[in-house]
Design a protein around this ligand. Structure first.
Ligand SMILES: Nc1ncnc2c1ncn2[C@@H]1O[C@H](COP(=O)(O)OP(=O)(O)OP(=O)(O)O)[C@@H](O)[C@H]1O
Length: 232
């Protein structure tokens, strides 16, 4: 379980998270949704310990985030982190030594599943393919927690479908926790178990997707419209 307790994160004068408390349950797929600047990426960066809270605590399984908790997390950042000269195999060889839970078999299998080739040069492939390479490297580990920051952003519908398939393919239900930030709510509404709707660094609505849908008698996309249009 990942727990945010009264977390405020400020960048200078900007308050990215504003006294936010939230729980991300273990063994579930959780979607963090919200408009640009709502604080979605900041939540992930606090979990992976790239940023520190200004106030409050982020705990993972009862432990404050640290170098130790970081080892159990696979993080797919929104930005490309590859060096342009790299081939897929170079990117793999570059990151593999950092992780004791690297799973070479999973890597090989995913490479085929995603129709990628190790000799592909990263600066020569399309945006969709680069997104697939990031996904390949994130899912080639036996990580307990997988954080995916906008994995579908700017990707065509066919590649998106493949990315969704990859996310759920070997998902260890009840054991592994996957957290996805996205604007593409309609794409992931059938995949996520739980939803956090963020607005201006605060939780606007949170809950189990099925019960939210039932209670409000709306699809996730319509819940989102209701949450963000309300009072505006
Ligand atoms: N390193 C930083 N320095 C300054 N401001 C930052 C930094 N990181 C985030 N912010 C600001 O914090 C706020 C929340 O940003 P964040 O990236 O978490 O939002 P987001 O919901 O992920 O947005 P998007 O959907 O556009 O990616 C924004 O106003 C952003 O400009």
């Amino acid at each position: 379980m990942i727990e945010f307790s009264n977390v405020t994160k400020r960048f200078g004068k900007v308050t990215a998270l504003d006294n936010l408390s939230a729980t991300i349950n273990k063994g579930k797929i959780t979607g963090i949704m919200g408009p640009n600047g709502a604080g979605k990426s900041t939540m992930l960066k606090l979990i992976i310990d790239i940023n520190k809270p200004t106030f409050g605590d982020v705990m993972i399984g009862g432990q404050r985030v640290s170098v130790e908790t970081k080892k159990r997390i696979s993080y797919l950042p929104e930005v490309d982190y590859f060096y342009p000269w790299m081939r897929v195999i170079d990117a793999k060889e570059f990151i593999k030594p950092f992780y004791s839970d690297w799973d070479e078999e999973a890597y090989k299998e995913l490479l085929t599943f995603l129709e990628l080739d190790e000799s592909m040069k990263i600066n020569k492939i399309s945006k969709g393919m680069r997104a697939k390479v990031k996904l390949l490297l994130s899912f080639s580990r036996r990580a307990d927690i997988v954080l995916l920051d906008e994995p579908l952003s700017g990707i065509d519908i066919f590649t998106r479908a493949k990315i969704i398939e990859t996310i759920i393919k070997d998902y260890r239900v009840g054991e592994q926790s996957i957290v996805i930030t996205t604007h593409e709510v309609d794409e992931i509404e059938n995949v996520i178990d739980e939803a956090l709707f963020l607005d201006k660094g605060q939780i606007a609505l949170a809950g189990e997707v099925e019960s939210l849908k039932e209670k409000m008698n709306l699809s996730v996309i319509d819940i989102m419209k209701e949450v963000y249009n309300d009072g505006k």
